[in-house]
Write a protein that binds this ligand. Sequence first.
Ligand SMILES: Cc1cc2nc3c(=O)[nH]c(=O)nc-3n(C[C@H](O)[C@H](O)[C@H](O)COP(=O)(O)OP(=O)(O)OC[C@H]3O[C@@H](n4cnc5c(N)ncnc54)[C@H](O)[C@@H]3O)c2cc1C
Length: 399
Amino acid sequence: MADLDGFRRETHDWLTQNAPPDILGLAANDLEGNWGGRKATYAVPGLETWLQRMGERGWTAPTWPKEYGGGGLSPAEAKVLAQEMAKLRIPPALIGFGLTMIGPTLLQFGNEEQKREHLPRICRGEIRWCQGYSEPGAGSDLASLQTRAVRDGDHFVIHGTKIWTSYADKSDWIFALVRSNPTAKKQEGITFLLIDMATPGVSVRPILLISGKSPFCETHFENVRVPKRNVVHKVNAGWTVAKALLGHERTMVAEAFGSGGGAGGKRGTLGERAKHHLGSENGRLADPILRDQLAQLEMDTRAFALTMQRAKDAGRAGHQPGPESSIFKVYGTEVNMRRQELLVRIAGPQSLGWEGPGFDPEELATTRDWLRSRGNSIEGGTSEVQRNVIAKRVLGLPD
Ligand SMILES: Cc1cc2nc3c(=O)[nH]c(=O)nc-3n(C[C@H](O)[C@H](O)[C@H](O)COP(=O)(O)OP(=O)(O)OC[C@H]3O[C@@H](n4cnc5c(N)ncnc54)[C@H](O)[C@@H]3O)c2cc1C
């Protein structure tokens, strides 16, 4: 305990001295640049400095071993670091699929060479990763994927198309599932591969959405040569790796959306926004039904955040997420969808703007956040698929 108190004091001092002033108070979802990678751009200049400082110390991945670029902290120390950052309103130096998905998967399944090559570059934010799972004919039934991998000496030659690849156009490497044995039972002919997006034959086409943005892309592979050393785990045993990564993904999606971040940050809490739009009587919201709904949502969000805190503590102590991550995913995304709908109702017609005069930036963001939340029940595996997993693998119900 005394050691931990000492660590807390040192951490507090280091954070106070090293966090650039322009990043203080930024919420993770206000940030653009802290996904890292070769094409990174930074919302404020201090974010780049902050990433460098935290990366050097390994504190972007506090519990990963030092030899792989992490901080080598114990679970208790990592929690202290998170608490001190929260107290000082310091945002994370880095987020993204490297830290939350492929990194933990490589720690579990990667060989020594892969860990030494990829993990330090993730911790320093040098490489941004994207996920190549879904295909035009394989989403919920992921094991039906058809992107071909044909062995040619020390390489695999990859041919096929991935779809809904979030941020492929901003990423440097992709982790992908490919079909290496077309005759085996579908789950037994899949290999998990790491592919440098700069390899000849990889091309990315952003999918333009109604918002005018392109959060995801089609990713094409035309006779792309990938060294066999980039296979994670074993050839044709990629399904095991894929499932483990999905556990990390579902936990990450649940936490990212379920913690109420979308309504926090610079835009204020749900209660503040309700008072702003609807006014108050004696310091309370006048509408008792809305007050009730708001209080219920805040309680559910808080209870969920505490549950995720427990899951995070278990993760720091080395627990690998299991099928319970499907429960987190369903609940966390439902909480966020409820929150976004409530925010739209609170703002009324002012939440229906798209651009132009008549709406302030917060109102325009409310519309976009609400529309974005519609994808919550799909990304990382749909809610129906999660409920199937919960029924079979958590509750043990028959098929
Ligand atoms: C915002 C967002 C980001 C994404 N990012 C990525 C990414 O980076 N990389 C990536 O690889 N993929 C990504 N995806 C794709 C996502 O994983 C798939 O969309 C998802 O798995 C569903 O697949 P599908 O779209 O093919 O739908 P389908 O599988 O065709 O499903 C259609 C409908 O049928 C239902 N259904 C299907 N099978 C069953 C069943 N057995 N029981 C009950 N209902 C069923 C589904 O629930 C759904 O409602 C992203 C999706 C979104 C929305």
